[in-house]
Design a protein around this ligand. Structure first.
Ligand code: SAH
Length: 281
């Protein structure tokens, strides 16, 4: 710019200049033109500075971005190979669903890195998302078939519900905490899982959609809520962590036979957050 200016402004004589072939008498004109040109020049310089600065910034950020691009799918596969299959999960539908559902989308942003570790994680309101193995285990014990109607009590993050939906279940889920219920409805919709979520105490079940082929309670209870047993179809199965809600529970499967008789089997110790509401009274 400096060069252009000096080649275009020529000193023509005392108090005279030639600018773009025109002769100007007053030095005021000269200073006006130079002033404007300098202004443009300064702007360009500033822009150049900004461009150099942004280029520098992106150089700094680009490698950081590429380090942060996590391969979630690989982490899921690793979780299945290390924590799910070796512990006795063989059902292909369960494994397929666990391989598909992006668990990192169900945990708070700041602990996403831990999403595929085999452990429960906090999801707010003092609640937790169950550990992946327990989700797989409960899903397998239910012996779910495509198209079955399933009721979950304790939607929480929505992860278990998403796994059931991915297995082809017609999924209904109830969550007692209004904030969690609101968030999970948005999350499941955004991720494209067809799950009906209702906020309320799951103790009484969801009578409008009963009876259910399967019922899964993902919070600890010291007894089986009677209304849920009533809303189970003949030949249906209900699973829950049953026992002392403050210490540990036993993974309990209840099967209602074709005559309506209940058969109970226990599968091992677990620790869940307690079922609240009427169940505690
Ligand atoms: N299945 C969830 C985790 C369950 S944590 C997931 O995959 O993330 C237990 C959840 O049960 C909590 O969100 C808690 O608020 C909810 N809960 C507890 N008592 C309940 C009740 N009576 N009815 C419905 N939900 C209940």
């Amino acid at each position: 710019m400096k060069k252009t200016l000096s080649t275009r402004i020529k000193q023509a004589g005392r108090g005279q200049i030639i600018y773009f072939g025109r002769k100007y008498e007053s030095t005021d004109v000269f200073s006006r033109i130079t002033g404007k040109a300098m202004l443009v020049h300064t702007k360009i310089c500033r822009m150049k500075g900004f461009l150099v600065f942004s280029a520098f910034l992106s150089m700094l950020l680009l490698p950081a971005n590429s380090v942060m691009a996590v391969d979630w799918e690989a982490m899921r596969s690793q979780m299945i190979d290390m924590d799910i299959t070796p512990r006795g999960i063989w059902n292909p539908a369960v494994l397929k669903a666990m391989k598909q559902v992006p668990r990192h989308e169900f945990v708070p942003q700041h602990i996403r890195k831990l999403a595929y570790a085999d452990r429960p994680l906090p999801i707010g309101e003092g609640q937790t998302i169950s550990q992946p193995f327990v989700v797989a285990w409960m899903s397998q014990l239910l012996e779910l078939e495509k198209g079955m109607k399933v009721l979950e009590i304790g939607t929480g993050s929505g992860y278990q519900a998403a796994v059931l939906a991915a297995m082809g279940a017609n999924t209904y889920s109830m969550e007692i905490k209004p904030n969690l219920a609101r968030e999970v409805k948005i999350r499941l919709k955004k991720l494209g899982y067809k799950v009906e979520v209702r906020q309320g105490d799951g103790y009484y079940g969801w009578i409008e959609h009963a009876p259910f082929d399967r019922i899964i309670i993902t919070a600890a209870a010291n007894h089986v809520p009677r209304p849920l047993l009533d809303q189970l179809k003949l030949g249906g199965k209900l699973i829950l962590p049953l026992g002392n809600v403050r210490y540990s529970q036993n993974m309990t499967l209840i099967e209602k036979d074709s005559q309506g008789k209940m058969h109970t089997s226990q599968h091992g110790q677990v620790r869940f957050v307690p079922m609240v509401g009427v169940a505690q009274e």
